[in-house]
Design a protein around this ligand. Structure first.
Ligand SMILES: Nc1ncnc2c1ncn2[C@@H]1O[C@H](COP(=O)(O)OP(=O)(O)OP(=O)(O)O)[C@@H](O)[C@H]1O
Length: 325
């Protein structure tokens, strides 16, 4: 059966007066995919997501979510999506369960189904034993988990998560990602998220890199990293001088000694290593393979790192990038 688009976007634009927040983006997200927008603050990620969630009207272009048009079928879109925004929206004086019940009633969920779903969802986000406690006693991570659970309550087809771990400490961020991972394994759901954390983008099946309202490139994290060039391989052998000659002769690879290690670049380092062991004809004592990071990818496509862009540091970053490559 052909895969259906969970999200389909064509020529989408949004301006706020003079500010062009989204400048004509195209996008297809397939069902059950975990898709991410990666980009610095102000890139237009939240605006694009808000259009898909029918909260903001686009200035131009079209989009469908779960097969429904975001302009003409707003109620249908809303029934089919779950949303977790950056700003917390829980009622902290209510208990976890009351927050969920309130949300379910807003969605007009039948009572018995709602009771079942509340139990499911609290179990899913690991808060079953805290269900009667007021949310104001929860940690930041627990609140976020509850918000994610609330987004899942009405069994949406597409779950939007806008910066799901913003403001959380590294340990809590890791635990939130564990929940998101479990969720995508256990539920029939498409997850569409935004992040400006490189390591979080790595969890996605595919990412679109956004910069200044545009999508600069879309692909899997691995393909994007491969597209910026070669992996760096470093080996230490019983005879490094001989290794340089053998690498050239047997593999056509130009290597040099850096920091006491024979260093060279090849497109697929991890796949090259077994061939190297089999064919070099010298004992290899240690080997390390370093892949390009998503930060390298962002830099390659925009000329700056995400951090540089956020600090509007300008040409200095570009010069650094050129020096590092
Ligand atoms: N309601 C609004 N009114 C005017 N300008 C806005 C509004 N919302 C967003 N913008 C502007 O649109 C641009 C894109 O903002 P947006 O929030 O979509 O970016 P973002 O990539 O999601 O960043 P962040 O992660 O900080 O939310 C920014 O220049 C922002 O100032």
């Amino acid at each position: 059966m052909p895969e259906r688009s969970a999200v389909r976007v064509r020529g989408l634009e949004k301006s706020y007066g003079e500010v062009q927040a989204v400048r004509g983006i195209d996008l297809d997200v397939t069902e059950r995919e975990m898709f991410g927008f990666l980009g610095p603050n102000g890139a237009g990620k939240t605006t694009a997501i808000k259009i898909l969630c029918t909260i903001v009207e686009p200035t131009a272009g079209s989009a469908t979510v779960a097969g429904c048009d975001v302009r003409d079928q707003r109620a249908e879109v809303r029934r089919r999506i779950g949303v977790v925004f950056q700003e917390p929206t829980l009622d902290t004086y209510l208990s976890a369960e009351q927050n969920l019940r309130f949300h379910g009633e807003l969605y007009g969920m039948p009572r018995r189904l709602l009771r079942e779903r509340i139990d499911d969802v609290l179990g899913m986000v690991g808060l079953a034993d805290r269900r009667h406690e007021p949310v104001l006693r929860f940690s930041g991570g627990m609140k976020r988990r509850l918000e994610i659970g609330r987004g899942l309550l009405h069994a949406p087809e597409v779950l939007f998560l806008d910066e799901p771990t913003i403001g959380l400490d590294p340990q809590t961020r890791a635990s939130i990602w564990e929940y998101i991972g479990r969720l995508r394994d256990s539920q029939d759901i498409t997850i569409f998220l935004t992040t400006h954390y490189m390591d979080e983008a790595e969890h996605c099946d595919r990412i679109a890199i956004m910069n200044r309202g545009e999508i600069v490139v879309t692909d899997t994290p691995d393909a994007l990293k491969s597209s910026v060039g070669a992996d760096r391989v470093q080996i230490r052998t019983e005879d490094d001088d001989a290794a340089l000659g053998l690498l050239r002769e047997r593999f056509g690879v130009e290597a040099a000694v850096h920091g006491g290690m024979v260093t060279f670049a090849v497109p697929e380092g991890a796949e090259f290593v077994p061939r190297l062991f089999a064919g070099l004809g010298l004992a290899i004592n240690t080997v390390t393979v370093t892949r390009p990071s998503l930060d390298d990818v962002f830099m390659a496509y925009t000329g700056r790192t995400i951090a540089d862009t956020e600090q509007a540091e300008g040409p200095a970053a570009f010069a650094r990038m050129m020096a590092r490559r």
